[in-house]
Ligand binder design. Structure first.
Ligand code: IVH
Length: 701
């Protein structure tokens, strides 16, 4: 059956709309419509195409989802070879200076010639890709391979939202765009969390990924595009392959930077940190500046890249073997290193969770010396086959706790062997050499339990366990809770070890005289601490609720509870179904609250704290009319034109939203003002909408 002209028109319009929305969402980080609306249009287009297959074009937005699995990859010979790049291993400023002098020498420049202009970019740690457009339509995407020929991965690349399927009118008839496919750290962590869940559920053939680059490479080389489509990949464009019309190669621009601007214009993501810099010193300071923000970037980089900006100068410089003389990679310290496991210790957290921690031979990774690495839980230790004496790869990327990626061998044994394959369902026969959690808490000797279907082991000692007590006190005293200044970890250690502080309430019985007798605490500090404890007594209900350290009750939940119930007694009295009425509270949180308040000793501590004079303003339970920002988490960054931080926060909370301190995938929007920094950068990377202050002011009206 032929489609009616109306249907043809509708399909064309849907295609155009979806392309525009997708570009705004993936590339501009500025969604134009809610996801649900996008999905609705998308489903409608899919339905039309299903009925009239002739209307389905190769560049239809529906073609991103991924179709049939392939048997293998076709080889693609690169029309313009994909070169590699010389690496400056000297990680200090000397690397930039050496490169600039080589360039100047080759260009036969003298001191009177002025500085050479370079483009400095990030060196993304993913995999290189060549994407070919003919008449503005994506026709092929290939990996770098050996530089002369790679693999055809078009089916998977079509699933990446940041790669346009069609370019605007006016682009060269043949255009090959080169860049890096990568996965953000957050997406990588989330993916591995999901993988760990699957493994815990016993799903066969699933594994965790060692780092974002591996996860990205695995996704790009999937034969089944439906699997690739579920892996959150991104793409930054940084260069070109063949650019031609019917008569052969064409030159559109005179500089590399103009090309980057054009690519951005045509809908590609080009990293905003790239810029033009003159001379070696400017390059060195770029290297340094990016190095300082490396941990805060939302994705891994292993260095920066300098490229001579003028294309005429690039031609003049040419190549040595397969490396251009006009570009260099200037590295940073590696984020993965090999070291040896000395032992495995078990630490007990505030909520009683036992975490195995590998004690390592100190090793310099990602700019710091690492001596400990988390192993998450018992299963993880065994899956990775980590044990004392094992040589392991340690990864530290971003501001995160170092992790063990995998075992590469044993002391003195097969040092050359590659990463051990994780064995998701290690058979019982291997049981002998397996790590198992202690049956009793290493701190308090209480029984350790692992709840069915959960990966974690927990100490059942509760506040009887001094490790949990210590963490509970530290949590209670922190700035965002009761804010007791001067109650540091060392002091808490002493107070707990001496048995002087057994409950949170005991803190308020401390006297200046006895505190002054403690190690490393003078009379002045002792008096200050007693004063700080006194001051902390005037608090707020959310701070108090948060400070109690109830499992799963973070700051935002505490605020939601206080707002909903108005008073502490109402929270304590609420049953499960009443707790579930609170916007921020799900079954797990509700159960955790009930468990906490069902224990008499917890109620006693709460009463003692009140008896010591802890007080807060109790309010009315709030009416629950829907608010514009219900359930949304916002992050503030930079200086807003009219509102102070506190005012903006209060405003967001009045609108039903929450304010978080850092940007993650769960952030709904970032409100940015003047001089916004890494949070804005991170939001860009994660595709989170950026609002101006005005958005809040409009909403409150
Ligand atoms: S330019 C002739 N720019 O580094 C220069 N490469 O090149 C060709 N890489 O595996 C490469 N970020 O995937 C260039 N901003 C960037 C890059 C970059 C990452 C990777 C590239 C390749 C390796 C060596």
């Amino acid at each position: 059956m032929q489609p009616s002209p109306e249907i043809v028109l509708e399909a064309v319009q849907l295609g155009e709309q979806l392309r525009r929305f997708a570009h705004a969402y993936y590339v501009l980080d500025n969604p134009l419509v809610p996801d649900a609306h996008y999905d609705q249009l998308f489903t409608r287009l899919q339905a039309i195409e299903a009925q009239y297959p002739d209307l389905k074009s190769a560049d239809s937005p529906t073609q991103r989802v991924g179709g049939q699995a392939l048997d293998g990859f076709q080889t693609v010979v690169h029309r313009v070879p994909m070169l590699s790049i010389r690496t400056e291993t000297d990680t200090t400023a000397a690397g930039a200076i050496a490169f600039d002098s080589r360039v100047r020498k080759e260009l036969e420049l003298t001191d009177t010639d002025g500085p050479v202009a370079y483009v400095a970019e990030l060196k993304f740690d993913g995999l290189a890709l060549n994407v070919r457009y003919e008449s503005g339509v994506l026709v092929q995407a290939a990996t770098r391979g050996d530089g002369a020929a790679g693999e055809d991965v078009t089916h998977n690349i079509r699933t990446i939202g940041q790669i346009p399927l069609r370019l605007p009118a006016g682009v060269p008839p043949v255009l090959e765009v080169r860049g890096e496919v990568y996965m953000s750290r957050q997406d990588f962590d989330d993916l591995n969390d999901r993988q760990r869940d699957k493994i815990a559920k016993g799903i066969k053939g699933e594994k965790t990924f060692v780092n974002p680059r591996n996860a990205a490479a695995g996704a790009v080389r999937q034969l089944d595009a439906r699997i690739a489509a579920q892996r959150p990949l991104r793409f930054y464009a940084y260069g070109l392959g063949e650019v031609a019309d019917a008569n052969g190669p064409i030159a559109l621009f005179a500089t590399h930077f103009e090309w980057l601007a054009a690519l951005r214009q045509w809908g590609f993501a080009v990293n905003e940190l790239a810029g033009v810099f003159e001379g070696a010193e400017a390059l060195a300071s770029f290297h340094q500046r990016i190095g300082a923000m490396r941990d805060q970037l939302p994705f891994d980089i292993d260095g920066v890249v300098y490229k001579v900006n003028s294309l005429a100068q690039q031609r003049q410089l040419g190549f040595v073997s397969r490396e251009p003389r006009w570009a260099v990679a200037h590295k940073y310290p590696a984020q993965e290193q090999i070291t040896t496991v000395v032992s495995i210790e078990v630490q007990v957290g505030r909520t009683g969770k036992l975490t195995p921690v590998a004690i390592l031979e100190p090793v310099f990774v990602g700019g710091v010396t690492v001596t400990h690495a988390t192993l998450h839980n018992e299963d993880e230790v065994n899956r990775k086959q980590v044990s004392p004496g094992a040589k392991v790869v340690v990864r530290r990327a971003g501001d995160v706790i170092p992790e063990i990626v995998g075992v590469v061998g044993r002391m003195g044994l097969d040092e050359e062997s590659t990463l051990a394959q994780p064995t998701p369902n290690a058979p019982d026969e291997l049981a002998s050499g397996l790590f198992s959690m202690p049956r009793l808490c290493p701190v308090c000797d209480s029984v350790v339990l692992r709840i069915d279907g959960e990966a974690d082991h927990r100490c059942t000692g509760g506040l009887f366990c001094s490790a949990q007590r210590k963490q509970a006190v530290i949590h209670f005293a922190q700035r965002r809770a009761l804010d007791v200044e001067g109650l540091g970890e060392k002091l808490v250690d002493q107070l707990i070890a001496s048995g002087r502080v057994n409950t949170l309430a005991d803190l308020y019985t401390l006297t200046a005289t006895e505190l002054a007798g403690m190690e490393r605490l003078g009379e002045k500090s002792a008096a200050n601490l007693v004063q700080a404890l006194e001051t902390s007594k005037s608090t707020t209900l959310p701070r108090f609720l948060f400070g109690l350290g109830i499992r799963h009750v973070g700051e935002a939940t505490a605020k939601a509870l206080a707002r909903h119930f108005g008073s502490l007694d109402a929270v304590i009295a609420a049953d499960l179904s009443q707790l579930l009425e609170v916007g921020d509270v799900g079954p797990v949180v509700a159960q955790s609250l009930r468990t906490f308040f069902d224990q008499t000793h917890n109620l006693e501590v709460v009463q003692q704290l009140r008896d010591h004079g802890l007080n807060w303003q109790e309010g009315q339970a709030q009416s629950q009319g829907p608010k514009p920002l219900d359930g949304q988490t916002l992050v503030l960054t930079g200086t807003l034109p009219t509102l102070s931080r506190d005012e903006a926060k209060a405003l967001i909370e009045r609108l039903g939203g929450k304010v978080a301190g850092s940007v993650s995938k769960k952030t709904h929007a970032v409100v940015a003002g003047e001089a916004a920094g890494s949070k804005l950068e991170k939001a860009h990377g994660l595709g989170i909408p950026i609002w101006a202050e005005n958005a809040l002011l409009v909403l409150i009206k």
